[in-house]
Design a protein. Structure first.
Ligand code: SF4
Lengths: 373, 72
């Protein structure tokens, strides 16, 4: 078993597509949100919308960590990077996201800041060990999937007394974001169910979505990343909607269980705590929606060590990322899409990230058709 | 960023590190987030960490279910 090719068979995909067509009632319009940007990319990469009937519509959600980070946090990271004797490390996509006045970490680097792209937080720890004369700041972003590695790094830094290492923590929480999306009437009315995150759910477990599903009466099917996983999950959602049911179903049983990765949860709780509130691009301020470094690890908190007052950041006026992240607009609704805003010259975060909706539509969509219809 | 891929564990090293094979390429990752990992296990890796072991029995069940759907 390779766990990949088995879930990509074209004939099986066609067969499930037929089942979906049979089950989808002609009187209904099914609006299904894939919460996670990784799913958005898989859906477009494998051309799944072309296998779905016209009344089954996929809507991309805010599950792209790079996309939802508000511009003030990017401005903060740039300010950190511009300080003398600082090495700022982050994951690849983060370096290209435009902050205020379209300034990015990459541009700060061109201006002389020491900004480095890392594949893993372990690389940032090594840079700190190798550069004792410098302050090494790890710009940590991501949902629950990326949080445990940051937590492990904090434990290692404390154990090794790596005092020139710190973390600028921007980790955010998925179920809370889902809930906030459903509190928004426009988004709520626009959604009939969710394709639930794959890898976030490995950590948090399928039970973590139970309350949201019940309170807002929406079906949620946790789905794997392969095309057959997604087709299967869409079918399960349609079945739940037809039966007027709602609840959490787990399609990705080979990786996700009900309680999640308990060891990771413990490591997170040991090092991080929940912020009272945090700003999300598109969704605004959301209570209890993000993590910060807890008191026991305070000496590794970049915000404590280097407090910088950032004046509210400014997005490009024409950028529609916010509405796209709420599921109420599509990339082609943005005037800049593909004309001025491209992956080489992104104007908003949704075009930068490998999980952003604009990037997915740009990479796999029919641009000519999108610009003319 | 959230894209995470299945990889086969080839060797377990000191300091909770392991060598995995991802599509023919070997790389070193951390197994600090999971318990009882063995050579031959498949794991999901993300930003240099194994997030979980893949459950072969569950995978087989899903595949059987998908094949069954393709039959009708
Ligand atoms: S196309 Fe560019 S400017 Fe328009 S919404 Fe997407 S990222 Fe923003």
């Amino acid at each position: 078993m390779q766990y990949i090719s088995e879930f990509r068979d074209g004939n099986t995909a066609q067969a499930i597509a037929k089942l979906i067509k049979n089950k989808a009632s002609m009187e209904k319009h099914y609006r299904l949100m894939e919460f996670c940007g990784g799913h958005t990319h898989a859906i477009h990469r494998y051309g799944l919308p072309s296998l779905l009937p016209a009344n089954v519509e996929m809507i991309h959600g805010p599950g792209c960590p790079v996309c939802v980070l508000p511009i003030t946090r990017i401005d903060y990271a740039i300010a950190l990077a511009m300080m003398p004797k600082v090495i700022l490390c982050s994951y690849g996509d983060m370096l290209r996201v435009p902050g205020t006045n379209q300034r990015s970490l990459l541009k700060a680097k061109a201006d002389g800041a020491d900004v480095r792209m890392v594949y893993s937080v372990n690389d940032a720890l090594q840079i700190a060990r190798d550069n004792p004369q410098h302050q090494v700041i790890f710009f940590a972003i991501g949902f629950e999937t990326t949080t445990p590695p940051t937590a492990v790094a904090l434990i290692i830094a404390k154990k090794e007394k790596l005092m020139n290492f710190s973390v600028f923590c921007n980790h955010v929480l998925t179920p809370v974001a889902m809930e906030s999306l459903l509190q928004n009437e426009e988004s709520n009315a626009n959604l009939d169910g969710f394709v639930g995150p794959a890898h976030v759910s490995i950590i948090v477990g399928s039970n973590a979505y139970h309350d949201v599903a019940m309170r807002y009466k929406k079906p949620i099917v946790i789905s794997g990343f392969e095309p057959l996983d997604l087709m299967h999950s869409i079918l399960l959602l349609i079945e739940q909607i037809n039966a007027n049911q709602y609840g959490v179903e787990n399609q990705y049983t080979r990786a996700v269980n009900a309680d999640g990765n308990v060891k990771s949860q413990q490591i997170i709780n040991q090092t991080l705590s929940i912020r009272d509130t945090f700003e999300w691009r598109g969704l605004g301020m959301i209570a209890n929606s993000a993590m910060k470094i807890n008191d026991a690890y305070q000496e590794f908190d970049a915000e404590e060590r280097f407090p910088i007052n950032i004046i509210a950041g400014e997005e490009h006026k024409a950028c529609e990322c916010s509405a796209i992240l709420r599921g109420v607009k599509k990339p082609k609704d943005c005037k800049l899409f593909a004309k001025v805003c491209t992956p080489e010259n992104p104007f908003g975060s949704c075009m930068v990230s490998s999980e952003g909706a604009c990037a997915a539509y740009y990479a796999y969509g029919n641009i000519v058709e999108m610009l003319t219809t | 960023m959230c894209l995470a891929i299945p990889a086969k564990v080839m060797r377990i090293n000191a300091d909770q590190q392991a060598i995995v094979n991802v599509g023919g390429i070997e790389k070193e990752i951390s197994v600090a987030l999971i318990d009882d990992v063995n050579v031959g296990d498949y794991v999901i890796i993300h930003v240099g960490f194994a997030l979980t072991k893949l459950n072969e029995q569950e995978a087989k069940k899903t595949i059987a279910l998908l094949n069954e759907m393709a039959m009708v």
